[in-house]
Ligand binder design. Sequence first.
Ligand code: AMP
Length: 201
Amino acid sequence: MRKIQRITVYASASSTLAPVYNQAATDLGQVIAQLGCDIVYGGGGIGLMGKLADAALQEGARVYGIIPDFLDGLEHGHTSLTEKEVVSNMRIRKERMLDGSDAVVALPGGSGTFEELFEALTLKRLGLYLGPVILINTNSYYDRLIEFLGQSVNEGFMSELHMQMWSVIDSPAGLAEALENAPVWSEDALLYAANGYKAPV
Ligand code: AMP
């Protein structure tokens, strides 16, 4: 089995969501803690981020937050994390969130989550990030995004191979299985990209 220790989680900062989303964030925190894994996330104390961190900490997980100083200063930063790293801007934060990361998990979110998710997928496409990328499709939230990714493949903007970059699960309960079954990805993805996706890796 592949060794997964450090899981990067992207999640909404919104506190105005339906209970089903908050529950999924709490469930994910518990599931990751029960797997004995660490979490690295955006460091927020609000929205799904806050629910995730609270649940994981309560179950004894180590939770690392990486937050830009302007957000931390606005008191959006979680105050009881295992460790909080305050960085100077959003770009450094995204980079640090993926340093040493073994897997990425995206809960439902807005533009911030989309950006983070797509950065991970873009790096994976270029062979610069190799871990599983798992979308938690709570309440079918990501259905249209998944459909659009399929359209991108159908029209040749990405290839069938790229469909192996992400996995979709309905709830955090399926996380261990999704991590276990995620297709192995290699740095050879870069060669494929360099060839305009014409030849198999
Ligand atoms: P969004 O999905 O648009 O709510 O953005 C959430 C993502 O962006 C998270 O994964 C965080 O890394 C980052 N983010 C956005 N807003 C905040 C905030 N107030 N506090 C901490 N992180 C945030």
